[in-house]
Design a protein around this ligand. Structure first.
Ligand code: COA
Length: 421
């Protein structure tokens, strides 16, 4: 019999379930509920129910890939603290970690790097197709459409075995940067720059974008930005990817859907809007009146607040420093200083902390990256996490099919069209 699960009080992020025995498998999602569980039949006379709005605090999948502790401001990938990975690791090493649950040996890392580099190039047909896209198209939408089309050129796309899926994951992770850089150059009337298989993902992307090798400093900062954005537990786009993979649709379909979810301003779309806001504010003196007015008008300030973190997002700690360094190395700290002022005013007025998107905006701006590429850059990193979650979903699949709490009418008599007022 179908049941609706009602959580009168939802679990706070980071808390262990109060009653671990109460683990209900509901067509895929697993819900741990903090307090009394009420199971009720889905009948008209059932008691009024309160669902967890936006599924906050509901565990909807089991995963070892990453975990967020919102109270402590902690993020781990496969058990490793993000601060250690940001300090010591590389994006390629993190990709291996997310897909394989452990850090690679030197030879395993080298093998993965070789496979990724050998896959940088995209089919010529895809570049020809991208040249047909309208030049004013948003690059995140171009990426979504290109990834959907890329499936046509992979004869093994429907093979969902681990071996074949890892190959697809390598291909997707290697080709996201090529597609994003090519789409930017095409709209500027330039020829795409062929990928350089001697470079890592971060350096190769900046090279393909600008047509010249980036400084070591920029390439290093960018690499760590990719490490920081690689995975974030069951965020909206990752959940989307798992839902699609749960139907046993192929990896391209799951990733295409995930890009759609990422594009929204409440998710990955926030970073571009942060920079638009900073440009609109214009100078340091205008920060305080601008933010106060925006808050008085109940406008959301992009790059602040988080569904899980109740303290500083640990990724923002690194990005704040990168924004500072990027400003210093370009001899222009204006955007960093304005960002610090925005941070101060919002904390004073609302008690909100910056999230991953806030300082990444001024960091990328100082690196000369066009504003509307910030969200595709998020995707260049997050593809590693999406594919990790899709591999995990395929390995122990259950169709994800929750229930809706029906709030409409029942037993409504059908009125023929001519008799309706
Ligand atoms: N600016 C101003 N107020 C904000 C805010 C922001 N960025 N984020 C949250 N708030 C306020 C809300 O207005 C609300 O206040 P109220 O209770 O007085 O109405 C309260 O904080 C709770 O907000 P809510 O949107 O319900 O919290 P959430 O957990 O659902 O939201 C986000 C999480 C990320 C959607 C939200 O913080 C947001 O929209 N941030 C801006 C977009 C962004 O940066 N997204 C990237 C996330 S990594």
């Amino acid at each position: 019999m179908p049941v609706t699960i009602v959580a009168p009080a939802v679990l706070r992020a980071g808390e262990p379930p109060a009653f671990p025995g109460h683990r209900l498998s509901l067509a895929g999602p697993v819900c741990y509920l903090q307090s009394t569980l009420r199971l009720m039949t889905n009948k008209a006379n059932a008691p009024a129910a309160t669902s967890a709005a936006g599924l906050r605090g509901v565990f909807a999948a089991s995963s070892s890939i990453s975990d967020v502790n919102g109270e402590r401001g902690e993020l781990i990938y496969q058990g490793y603290n993000i601060h250690d990975l940001a300090k010591h690791s590389t994006f390629e090493e993190v990709i291996f970690l997310l897909w394989n649950k452990r850090l690679p040996t030197r030879s395993e890392l080298s093998e993965l790097e070789q496979s990724l580099r050998a896959s940088y190039e995209v089919p010529g047909e895809l570049i020809a197709l991208m040249k047909q896209f309208p030049h004013e198209a948003d690059p995140i939408d171009e990426l979504r459409t290109a990834i959907s089309a890329l499936e046509f050129y992979d004869p093994n796309a429907r093979d969902l075995s681990r071996e074949s899926s890892v190959k697809t994951a390598i291909k997707l992770t290697a080709q996201f940067p090529t597609i994003v850089a090519a789409s930017d150059r095409i709209r500027r009337g330039l020829d795409p720059v062929a990928p350089d298989g001697s470079l890592n993902i971060a350096t190769n992307f900046l090279y393909m974008l600008k047509g010249e090798k980036p400084s070591e400093h920029d390439a290093h900062i960018f690499d760590i930005c990719l490490v920081l954005h690689a995975d974030h537990e069951l965020n909206a786009s990752t959940f989307t990817a798992r839902v699609v993979a749960g139907t046993l649709a192929d990896m391209y379909a799951a990733v295409t859907a995930a890009i759609g979810a990422l594009s929204g301003p409440l998710h990955g779309g926030a970073n571009t809007n942060v920079m638009k806001m900073l440009l609109e504010i214009g100078d340091l003196e205008n920060v305080e009146p601008y933010i106060k007015k925006a808050l008085a008008e109940k406008r959301k300030i992009m790059g602040f607040g988080h569904a899980v973190y109740k303290t500083e997002d640990p990724r923002a700690t690194h990005l704040r420093e990168f924004s500072k360094q990027a400003g210093e190395s370009a001899g222009d700290s204006k955007w960093y200083e304005m960002s610090r002022k925005v941070e101060e005013v919002i904390f004073r007025e609302k008690g909100l902390y910056p999230n991953v998107d806030f300082f990444s905006a001024s960091t990328y701006y100082m690196m000369g990256i066009p504003l509307d590429l910030y969200t595709p850059i998020f995707a260049i990193s997050r593809i590693s996490g999406w594919t990790g979650h899709i591999l995990e979903q395929y390995s122990d699949n259950k169709l994800i099919r929750p229930r809706a709490e029906y709030i409409g009418q029942r037993d409504v008599p059908y009125v023929p069209i001519d008799q309706r007022s």
